[in-house]
Design a protein around this ligand. Structure first.
Ligand SMILES: Nc1nc(=O)c2c([nH]1)NC[C@@H]1CN(c3ccc(C(=O)N[C@@H](CCC(=O)O)C(=O)O)cc3)C=[N+]21
Length: 284
């Protein structure tokens, strides 16, 4: 038996088609969902991600603009721009592309974005609301992962979910969201001993390490669900995940590919958050 592949690209397309209708309904009420993306410096990978976000936004009718700033931009200048956008009622979502240049402290930036426009879901207020199970803007990659599982009616409640990786943007919040869905959650990370002892007990394995192809069938329980969050650029310029896809596919029940897996879902959830933020402002 070979695993069913969950194609995030197709699912993201389906979600965008549904969002198109939602956006046109909002437009009839005079609300034009608007996302502003800020890109500091000229990292080519960041540029290509930001362009992907703009293209996906426009497909759904969301207005999207990219503010490109030189690498020499000071933290104060960036904070002032964010404060202006916080006040601008025509802007519903603000996203500052990460990573930022060394001289700008990411937490200062994230904490300055008003939580109601924090469409990345990175602000401590949104993280806190997520932890307490209250309504919030959810971090896009974890939100996309849970949406992928639900799209295939994969039961989360009572399952053992093992998360490898503990970053603030993926590992930690995806474990929290799975806990909110009543999974039993184990976190593994670079200091974890005997990784395989943990991973082979996973019904759902979330891999967010950032090392190409380190997880294979030997790490898996038979029929595990494997979600690969890794985006690694190989020497020949192609993308590969953290999971050895062919090996894991021969033992898993469901698996996500890279590319066309979690990445496109992250962007779809960003659009969902932007629509949610636009709706929120309409009642203020
Ligand atoms: N404030 C902020 N928010 C982010 O959400 C954010 C960020 N900074 N910095 C960088 C990471 C990375 N990220 C990706 C999103 C989509 C794909 C994606 O759609 N990938 C396609 C392939 C794209 C390609 O070929 O390059 C795929 O996996 O199929 C990848 C990566 C969002 N990030």
């Amino acid at each position: 038996m070979s695993a069913t592949v969950i194609n995030g690209k197709d699912l993201a397309q389906e979600l965008r088609n549904n969002m198109k209708e939602e956006v046109s309904e909002l437009k009839e009420k005079g609300i034009i969902p608007h996302l502003t993306v800020i890109l500091v410096g000229d990292n080519p990978a960041s540029k290509s991600y930001v362009n992907g976000k703009k293209k996906a936004s426009e497909e759904t009718g969301i207005v999207s603009d990219i503010i490109e700033l030189p690498v020499s931009t000071t933290e104060e200048e960036l904070l002032n721009l964010i404060k202006e956008l916080n006040q601008d009622v025509s802007v519903h979502g603000i996203l500052v592309q990460l990573p930022l240049p060394e001289h700008i402290k990411e937490e200062h930036i994230i904490e300055t974005i008003i939580p109601s426009k924090d469409v990345d879901g990175f602000h401590p207020i949104n993280i806190g609301r997520m932890m307490t199970g209250n309504d919030s803007l959810l971090p896009c990659t974890p939100y996309g992962i849970v949406t992928m599982l639900k799209s295939r009616n994969i039961t989360i409640q009572g399952k053992h979910a093992v998360v490898i990786g503990r970053s603030n943007i993926v590992g930690k919040p995806v474990g929290q969201l799975l806990l909110n869905e009543n999974a039993t959650v184990t976190y593994c990370h670079s200091k974890t001993r005997n990784l395989k002892e943990h991973t082979t007990r996973a019904d759902i394995l979330i891999v967010a390490i950032g090392i190409p192809n380190v997880i294979n069938r030997d790490h898996l329980k038979q029929d595990a669900v494997v979600i690969d969050v890794g985006i690694n650029r190989t020497d020949n310029g192609s993308l590969t995940g953290d999971v050895d896809f062919e090996s894991a596919k021969s033992k898993a029940s469901y698996i996500t590919p890279v590319p066309r897996g979690v990445g496109p879902m992250t962007i779809a959830m960003l659009l969902k958050n932007t629509i949610k933020a636009a709706k929120g402002l309409s009642i203020n």
